[in-house]
Ligand binder design. Sequence first.
Ligand code: M6R
Length: 613
Amino acid sequence: MCGIVGYVGKERCVEVLMQGLGHLEYRGYDSAGLALHEGSGIESIREVGRLENLGRTVAARNGHLSRLRAGIGHTRWATHGRPSQENAHPQVGGEGSVAVVHNGIIENFAELKEELLERGVRFGSETDTEVMAHLLAERIEGNPGEPLREALSGVLGRLEGSFAVAAVSAAEPGVVVAARHQSPLVVGLGNGENFLASAVQALLGETREFLVVENGEVVEVTDASVRIFTQDGEPVEREPFEVDWDAEAVELGIYEDFMMKEIHEQPEALRATLSGRLDAGGGVDLSEMGLDLSGIDRIVVVACGTALHAGLLGKGLIERLARVPVEVAVASEYRYSDPIGDENTLVVAISQSGETTDTLAAVGTARAFGGKVLAVTNTRGSLITREADAVLLTQAGPEICVASTKAFAAQVAVLDLLALNLARVKGTIGEDELLSLGRDLRRAPEKVAATLALLEGKIGDAVELFEDARCSLFLGRGPAFPAALEGALKLKEISYIPSEGYAAGEMKHGPIALVDEQCPVVAILGEGTLREKTLSNVEETAARGANVIAIAREDDPAAERVGRVVLSVPDAPEILRPLVWTVPLQLLAHDVATDRGLDVDKPRNLAKSVTVE
Ligand code: M6R
């Protein structure tokens, strides 16, 4: 939550900062701001609302800003203080001679604020960040000649909470400093210029070479150097890493929004995620994990939101194929639980961003019983990769839209691989059947692409059923139940229509009371033994006036019978069905939201990386 960018180098600071913020806007979009070294001072500019508002203000400054060479920028997801100009970052101290941008929460800010107020400091905002700006200004004033990075280290020693922070001071033109504790921060390396950002996505148009800043470190960036220090001031040597994501991956291309682009990138996300891990004969190779799974007798999945739904799908398959019990825990609950487990428990932490605070904390909780931790993440070098014993990267490419789509598909594919691998290690399934399932899984990109093609231009009738909707129910059984949960989450987070995912059989124990003409029911009919049961449950809703949208395989006569609208998907091997069912649910959520004139990429109140508790 919140995006930070920093730049030092050529006469293009504002351009780089604004572009970088544009690529980080998914992290928060309540307000945005810049602090720029200008002559012997710092110029701060802040605007409420989307980045385009800040862009207009910058453009109105007669272009002189375009020649500045160093500064920091911020896009905000409000934690302390409503979205307003005063609460926007940068926050300044020392009469504007020091400016700070921050991602995270300073938990002891109230005590620090009281202390500063007693010393006569005047506050202009309700933010926790402002205490940092004042403390830094005081420190600089009290220690003339002390390097800014040392002053920042001194201030950090007083802070509790999580943060990535960047700062500039009028006393050190051409220098940007930053530090990190729990919130992400990377340095981008350039030629005669260097960069800082919360995530590599911000800088893909500038560089592919990055340095990670670790917890507790402070970094000093100039046009010619990047120096990392421990909080005690010891220099740190850090090897750069290369990022292979394309700059185009963070551009819209032919699409109107990132959600639609990312839905259509699912075949490629699946292909890249399976590549090298599944051979033509269906053999799985997850040796990259370096984990011996033979002694594992229990699995705990910790995750949030969409990643949790992927975990539920993983549970079904792992338990069925490998006969290892799997608990799927909401990370924000698990972190405060008294967990059960031992060294034979595998903890699978799933997180697209690899930064989600609750998921990271849940991993910490699981450590208490000595289990091995496997991270499934889309973000190389993210916090979770450093907390885990082993990592399986999903290869979905950067996901920009707040609503997760292609990352979900890739997470499901990784969990499918894990299930097959575990079944082989445990010997619970014969080799032929395992290989056959592996060959089925190889068809995931093809089947998802076929689903997209089949549904092209077919969502409109279903969208119409949502025109007067006051709520909606998503129903499924077996593997269709987690898919229903995911469909409901997608719809509610971007269209703001209250939506619930329910196990179809559970519906008559309460939620059926919601059903009428204004509560469309989205039913994933599924296959096999549960299909007939699901159909009966759906009939029960139709009998009470529900407008049913049936997700069913092509040419399914029962679907035509119960559904006002049928969204057909291709017939697919069992292991691929959840991936195939999810596609119409994603498209439906997208089209319902855009039909209501909503911004699907940046739904209200949300941010993509949830780095606060
Ligand atoms: O980055 P993570 O996978 O840890 O994020 C978890 C959730 O915050 C995320 O999936 C969220 O639920 C999405 N907005 C869903 O579309």
